[in-house]
Design a protein around this ligand. Structure first.
Ligand code: ZN
Length: 180
C-alpha cells in the first residue's frame, strides 16, 4: 500500500493550469525503483526537471533528468554509480482531437483527464539507460575494476582463460556435447 501511495507523487495536475509553460521538479530515488518489481535499476538518485507547456489542445512535456543510477560492473562485479544527464520529450493529446494512434512520443489522454501521471515515463526513460554491458571504468566516474576481485574471478572456472570474459554456461554445455 505504501508503495502505490508513493507513485501518486509523480502526477501533474494540469487542468487548472493556464496555457504556457510550467515547471515541476521531481526526485527519483530508491523508493521510486522499489515500486517496480522488474526495474533493472534498483538504486539511484536523480532529479527530473519537467517543463509542461500547456496549449489549447495538447501538452508538450520536456524532461531533463540528471543524477546517478547504481549499476553492477559486468567485469569485476562491484557496484558503482553511473552519472546520467539526458532529455526526453512527450506530447500529450486528447482523444476528442481526432487522434487515436499512441506512439512512443505521443500519449493520449481522455478529455476528462485532469492530471498527467509521469511515473511510468520516468521508469522507462531511466531503465533504458542501463547499458547492455556495464563496466565501472566506462560508465562510472574515476573508478576502475577491483584488481583483487579480477584476480579471484580469473581463478574461477566461470571465466574463459583465453579471453578473460565470462562465458555463458549454456555454451559450456554445448562445448561438452561437441567434445564427446
Ligand atoms: Zn569493474
Amino acid at each position: 500500500m505504501q508503495i502505490v501511495k508513493h507513485l501518486k507523487y509523480y502526477r501533474i495536475p494540469f487542468s487548472g493550469l493556464t496555457t504556457g509553460k510550467h515547471n515541476f521538479e521531481f526526485e527519483v530515488d530508491d523508493k521510486f525503483f522499489d515500486c517496480y518489481e522488474h526495474s533493472l535499476v534498483k538504486m539511484g538518485q536523480l532529479k527530473a526537471d519537467v517543463e509542461l507547456q500547456k496549449q489549447e489542445n495538447m501538452l508538450i512535456v520536456n524532461f531533463h533528468i540528471r543524477g546517478t543510477i547504481r549499476l553492477e560492473c559486468d567485469v569485476c562485479l562491484s557496484e558503482f554509480d553511473a552519472p546520467q544527464d539526458f532529455q526526453e520529450r512527450v506530447l500529450v493529446k486528447f482523444t476528442d482531437d481526432d487522434w487515436n494512434q499512441e506512439t512512443e512520443e505521443v500519449l493520449v489522454l481522455s478529455k476528462t483527464d485532469y492530471e498527467l501521471d509521469i511515473a511510468g515515463l520516468l521508469y522507462e526513460y531511466i531503465n533504458v539507460r542501463v547499458p547492455y554491458y556495464s563496466k565501472c571504468s566506462e560508465q562510472g566516474t574515476n573508478t576502475s575494476c577491483d584488481p583483487e576481485m579480477l584476480e579471484k574471478l580469473s581463478d574461477s572456472s566461470e571465466l574463459d582463460t583465453e579471453t578473460g570474459e565470462k562465458t555463458d554456461p549454456r555454451w559450456d554445455i554445448l562445448k561438452k556435447i561437441k567434445n564427446n
